[in-house]
Design a binder for this molecule. Structure first.
Ligand SMILES: Cc1ncc(COP(=O)(O)O)c(C=O)c1O
Length: 369
């Protein structure tokens, strides 16, 4: 408890005071029922450990943690540049791509600017805009859970400061088709920053999704792509995300507002090692995709209709409200999350895990619904 409740009222920035109360993601420690352990299928992370090369690289890097890390993550930037053909001057790293979203808010958004976002989608887009005092235009996703490009483009007049798209989208899992992507890129006004969040990029490509970066290279106006090592490279605990931008000025904006040493030494070494072991990452991604397909088959056998997912999670509507299903599953040792907000009161999101996790969530869900 505060020492003197109420004494700090009025200290918070006005836009921060207006935000909903902070809850944050729940982890095992937040649950009382731990009988038999908990399966964490709630945070869209990987259930598999990182490559052994990551462990070796982190062990080697730890001997130097008395020194601050490279503020530009030069070695990592060069490796990403090699793979994307984006010059290092147009790449910046964050403490997870979540941090980059918040930094985008500080660098690019302000009162009087308007930001177009899909919904439901990754909530920090809205949080960053609200903190900046920007105006939000929230565009519902389509029936399959994909960003509704026609509706987003209809919201682009007058030209907004920024349009944020996510493919695959979280929490629904759907990809943008090649045609929808091209329409978005051509239709977003040239003076608007088009951000494409590709946190699940590697899974999306594995599922046959479009090459977003290639399509964006044809765009005249500014663009930014967000990616992360948290999902397909099994490094969520080390927090490394990156942005690829059309123009150096966009990276300069982020650099002016970020903490100079925001990505630590161990994280940089780990990300570089993870990239160097592509066969390991690919095999891990394929196992996850196989569980996604198995989970979808199991859900369909139960009479449910999972949304088409190209990511490491599956979204599904259940006959009961998620506010009942989520705690009931937690009681059975399985952590998942509700989607929430109309019309998604009955939708849940299940992060994929091991084959045993898939079997366990299907068995528990069968009992609960
Ligand atoms: C769409 C999307 N973007 C960004 C992130 C942030 O990932 P991280 O901060 O771990 O890079 C997530 C995490 O779940 C996400 O789903």
């Amino acid at each position: 408890m505060s020492q003197n409740p109420g004494a700090a009222a009025g200290i918070l920035r006005r836009t921060v005071a207006a935000l909903p109360p902070h809850r944050g993601p729940q982890i095992e420690e937040d649950f009382k029922s731990t009988a038999g352990g908990l399966r964490r299928m709630s945070l869209n992370e990987s259930a598999e450990p990182p490559s052994p090369k990551v462990a070796a690289a982190v062990a080697a890097a730890v001997t130097n943690v008395n020194r601050y890390p490279d503020p530009k993550a030069r070695a990592l930037a060069a490796a990403i540049s090699d793979r994307t053909e984006i010059p290092v001057e147009r790449i910046v790293f964050g403490n997870g791509s979540h941090e980059l979203i918040m930094l985008m808010g500080t660098a690019y958004m302000e009162a009087g600017s308007r930001i177009v976002v899909p919904n439901p989608s990754f909530q920090p887009y809205q949080t960053a805009a609200r903190i900046a005092g920007a105006e939000l235009t929230i565009v519902p996703v389509d029936a399959d859970g994909a960003n509704d490009v026609d509706a987003m483009l209809a919201a682009c007049w007058p030209a907004p400061r920024m349009v944020i798209a996510a493919t695959p989208n979280n929490p629904t899992g759907a990809l943008l088709s090649q045609a929808a992507l091209e329409k978005l890129i051509a239709g977003v006004p040239a003076e608007t920053l088009l951000v494409v969040d590709e946190a699940y990029f590697e899974f999306g490509r594995l599922a046959g999704g479009p090459d977003v970066l290639k399509a964006l290279k044809a765009r005249k106006g500014p663009w930014l792509v967000l990616r992360t090592f948290s999902k397909a490279y099994n490094l969520a605990g080390l927090r490394v995300g990156y942005a690829l931008a059309s123009h150096e000025e966009l990276i300069e904006g982020i650099n002016r507002v970020r903490g100079v040493f925001n990505v630590n030494r161990l994280a940089q070494a780990a990300a570089l090692a993870a990239l160097s072991d592509e066969p390991y990452a690919k095999a891990s991604q394929k196992r996850t995709a196989a569980e996604r397909d198995r989970l979808a088959v199991g859900l369909k056998a139960m009479g449910l209709s999972p949304m088409p997912s190209a990511a490491n999670f599956v979204c599904v509507k259940t006959p009961k409200p998620a506010s009942e299903v989520v705690p009931a599953l937690a009681g059975k040792g399985i952590m998942i999350v509700p989607v929430g907000g109309p019309p998604y009161e009955n939708h849940i999101r299940i992060t994929l895990g091991t084959p045993e996790d898939t079997d366990a969530v299907l068995a528990a869900l069968k009992q609960v619904i």
